[in-house]
Design a protein around this ligand. Structure first.
Ligand code: 13P
Length: 331
């Protein structure tokens, strides 16, 4: 099935009342895991990747192989999305390479500090102009979603301001809006279990009412399952205890208006845990294929479970016959 845009996929998700996982991949084997999960569960899916983070020699080479792999799954409707584009140039490269959706992260300035509302509007509107001209969807960010570092410290979180949402959407024309509601990126999030009082899901409901035509995105949605951390730690990792977003909060967020749920760390935890276990118990194998295969299957199982949780399982048919009219793609 040809690629679809984020707007097309999220419009269908809203009509069907379900959420769509946006699964971060940093390698084509991880992309295969997501696509296998989508095929297994008959799901539409968003595959997202960050620029400059793959083990391949260049973004363009990696992106072109990604698209080839996606093309070998003709029954799966796929949005290929650039996660956290740091500047317009990177977004343009993704558009030119055939992505059907890009995120421009105008929430931070060059030094990684929260940028002004005006600066965020200006950079986001500029990306929307050339991306929409090429038939590509755009996600912007309101507020600042924190990120955890390995030492457990966290980048600043600035919650989304509902009163700015309408103006931001009107002035930029974004299709989707990442709203900072207290989640943070990374493998080290909360130091205590998260209950209904920790995340500001009330902001989701409020903003969804203010910008009903724009799809809301929850970043930092990994759950950080204890059993996956235990598996990694049993085979050499030294990950401190940490809690992520519980399944029930993700389901609740969908009922309140979240449409796209970003998940990266849980994918990596599942993949790396299987690889670590193999390498920790097998002292002879030198060919990477057997353990990469185990990593792929472990990640597929994790992602398939999330697709069922978000309600996207069984919904691939919603996008049958829908195609992105992508004018910018060279692939
Ligand atoms: P996690 O770090 O919780 O996996 O979230 C990923 C994400 O939000 C990517 O933008």
């Amino acid at each position: 099935m040809p690629l679809v845009t984020l707007r097309q996929a999220l419009d269908a998700a809203r009509a069907g009342g379900y959420g769509l996982g946006a699964f971060n991949v940093s390698d084509v084997i991880q992309a295969e895991a997501v696509l296998d999960a989508a095929e297994e569960t008959d799901s539409p899916v968003i595959i997202e990747t960050l620029a400059g983070t793959s083990s391949h020699g260049s973004d363009e080479r990696y992106w072109s192989v990604l698209q080839h792999v996606i093309s070998t799954y003709p029954s799966v409707p796929v949005v290929l999305h650039l996660d956290h584009g740091p500047n317009p140039e990177t977004c343009r490269r993704a558009v030119d390479s055939g992505f059907t959706s890009v995120m421009i992260d105008g929430s931070l300035d060059h030094d990684g500090r929260p940028s002004s509302f005006e600066a965020n509007v200006a950079v986001t509107a500029g990306v929307v102009e050339f991306a929409h001209a090429a038939g590509v969807s755009v996600e912007g960010e309101l507020g600042t979603i924190g990120g955890s570092k390995v030492d457990g410290s966290r980048a600043e979180i600035v919650l989304a301001e509902p009163s700015q949402a309408k103006e931001f959407v009107e002035r930029t024309g974004v299709d989707a809006l990442a709203v900072a509601i207290g989640t943070s990126h990374g493998a080290y999030k909360f130091t205590t279990p998260v209950d209904g009082s920790v995340l500001h899901l009330d902001l989701i409901r409020e903003i969804a009412e203010i910008v009903p035509g724009t799809h809301l995105v929850m970043h930092g949605s990994s759950s950080l399952p204890a059993e996956l951390r235990a598996q990694n730690n049993a085979f050499g990792a030294t990950m401190p205890e940490s809690w992520g977003v519980p399944d029930e909060e993700k389901v609740r967020s969908i009922t309140m208006g979240v449409r796209k749920i970003n998940q990266g760390m849980d994918n990596h935890l599942a993949f790396t845990g299987a690889v670590r276990e193999f390498l920790g118990t097998d002292g002879l194998t030198v060919d990477p294929a057997p353990y990469l295969d185990l990593g792929r299957v472990a990640m597929q199982q994790m992602v398939a479970a999330r697709m069922r949780l978000f309600g996207q399982a069984g919904r691939a048919g919603d996008l049958r016959g829908v195609t992105a009219a992508h004018a910018g793609a060279s692939a």
